[in-house]
Design a protein around this ligand. Structure first.
Ligand SMILES: O=P(O)(O)OC[C@H]1O[C@H](OP(=O)(O)OP(=O)(O)O)[C@H](O)[C@@H]1O
Ligand SMILES: NC(=O)CC[C@H](N)C(=O)O
Ligand SMILES: [Mg+2]
Length: 490
């Protein structure tokens, strides 16, 4: 997952974009970048690291101008190297920079076409560089000497025809404005809003999550619809158009489970409320299936499961306690690049409050179990702290299949639930009992917020992908993006 933001304002936008990126930091911890534009000149600063590290240097001072875009990266294609940090820039036509959240599964094919037919060279392994060049090529074909909204909308419609996978994008064209668009399935989130000041032109912001808008007093106007593109020119003309013929709103259900901040709205659904409903539904399952079990206390595994754990405890009529304290200076474990780092980080990040465990039957709640890195260690810690019995509940169903739309879970064999029954998983994790949310309940918990959602991308639970992903792509990412490959061992 990555976080993206774009803004046109009445003062230099770099500091606001910087703040937005810190707000979106939970979506990507590997690299960060900002491109701004002043009088037709684009400045770009990007590097590996957290937002606060990347923009510490003096180079960030050069980020001037009333429009800009920003990105925080969690890689799903290519390497974690600086060359693949975003925004990406291409100088022709007009100069375009892009920030992309998502993942293309036909990037290899597109790369060949770009080279052989479009005379464009791709210099990295990044699918985002491919996407930018497809857009640039199509814009070049569609425009004359002057950029027009029609030419941009046409270029976006061509991107929809050529690119397969997930993409929520924000782009900047120096001297013209910013553009945002979302793939025809609307897999990755993208919202926009306006800030009005009397006597001054309206300011606009586009971002992965509404929380970036909220914190800067922008009024949320809408989600960018699947297949839709919006344009905000420097002189504040606003255009929007549907650029795809077949669209179906299919947001990634994992955003609601884990990725997004609870205080965000995604496709008109409050992530917070969706998580509360997940907790209620899971509690119903527990009552139905574990009626015989005595639970003394419900304990969330910080951070993301807290919201679901509260209504669970309430519904079960059991105490809710903070049994694990989180070191607030350690980032998210799951999106770290290597398994060694992830394992070490869980222990450094979480510590048990012994008195909440001693001689108790504890129900630990997490939002999801993916590789099992967190749950395995946490269950062990609960036992060391003196728990009598350790029960484990996951607010999401078993993750059994790869994600190809922007979450780096490329290899089935790395997923603890793949090809395993719930009893087998329970044994591996070392719990006394394990319960998972059903997919039906999870989707219902999210959809209740917006019945207009056509379907979800729930592929990592169901093995049903909303785009046509070829077997060769699964094979490729399984080889290239496994933990072993990333360590350079294969
Ligand atoms: O089974 P695993 O492979 O361990 O992945 C699942 C865990 O990873 C995430 O936590 P993370 O520490 O990334 O973030 P959080 O602090 O937001 O909960 C998620 O909330 C689960 O706790
Ligand atoms: N997680 C993402 O959205 C990743 C974006 C892009 N595929 C990259 O690897 O940089
Ligand atoms: Mg967690």
């Amino acid at each position: 997952m990555c976080g993206i933001v774009g803004m046109i304002g009445n003062h230099d936008v770099a500091s606001t974009i910087y703040e937005c990126l810190t707000i979106l930091q939970h979506r990507g911890q590997d690299a960060a970048g900002i491109a701004t534009c002043e009088e037709g000149k684009l400045e770009l600063v990007k590097n590996n690291g957290l937002v606060s590290d990347v923009f510490r240097s003096e180079s960030a001072q050069k980020l001037k101008g009333l429009s800009g875009i920003g990105h925080v990266r969690y890689p799903t294609a290519g390497s974690s190297n600086l060359e693949e940090a975003q925004p990406f820039y291409v100088n022709s036509p007009f100069g375009i920079a892009l920030a992309h959240n998502g993942n293309l599964h036909n990037a290899d094919q597109l790369k060949k076409e770009l080279f052989a037919e479009d005379r464009r060279h791709i210099n990295t392994q990044s699918d985002s560089e491919v996407l930018l060049n497809v857009f640039a090529h199509e814009l070049q074909n569609a425009s004359g000497l002057v950029i027009t909204p029609d030419a941009i909308f046409h270029a976006v419609s061509r991107v929809h025809k050529r690119c397969k996978g997930a993409y929520a994008n924000v782009l900047i064209i120096p001297g013209y404005g910013i553009i945002a668009f979302r793939d025809p399935n609307g897999i990755r989130p993208l919202v926009y809003g306006v800030r009005k000041t009397e006597g001054a032109p309206d300011e606009y912001m586009v971002a992965s999550e509404s929380i970036a808008l909220d914190q800067h007093d922008f009024e949320l106007l809408d989600d960018v619809a699947p297949g839709e593109a919006i344009i905000i020119t420097n002189d504040r003309q606003f255009y929007r158009k549907q650029c795809a013929s077949n669209t179906q709103l299919s947001p990634c259900v994992f955003e609601y489970v884990y990725f997004a901040r609870p205080d965000s709205m995604i496709d008109d659904v409050s992530v917070y409320k969706a998580r509360l409903r997940m907790g209620e539904k899971l509690a119903d399952q527990i009552k139905e299936r574990w009626g015989d079990e005595e639970i003394d206390v419900v304990i969330p595994i910080p951070e993301s499961s807290r919201t679901s754990a509260i209504p669970m405890a309430y519904s079960l009529g059991v105490k809710f306690r903070e049994g694990f304290i989180k070191n607030r200076y350690i980032g998210r474990t799951f999106i770290m690049p290597g398994q060694d780092q992830r394992v070490k980080s869980v222990r450094r990040k979480l510590n048990a409050v012994e008195l909440e465990f001693r001689n108790k039957n504890v129900l630990l709640v997490d939002d999801s179990i993916v590789r099992g890195t967190t749950s395995k260690q946490i269950i062990q810690m609960a036992r060391e702290a003196g728990a009598k019995k350790v029960f484990f509940a996951s607010a999401a169903p078993p993750v059994r299949y790869p994600n190809v739309y922007g979450i780096d879970m490329p290899l089935c064999e790395e997923l603890v639930a793949h090809n395993r029954t719930e009893d087998e998983i329970c044994e591996i994790l070392g719990a006394d009992r394990l319960i998972y949310q059903t997919l039906e309940d999870l989707e219902a918990a999210c959809k209740e917020g917006n019945p207009k959602i056509d379907r979800f991308d729930s592929s990592c639970f169901s093995n049903e992908y909303v785009t046509d992903v070829g077997a060769d792509y699964f094979e490729k990412i399984g080889i290239q993006r496994s933990d072993l490959a990333k360590q350079g061992n294969v």
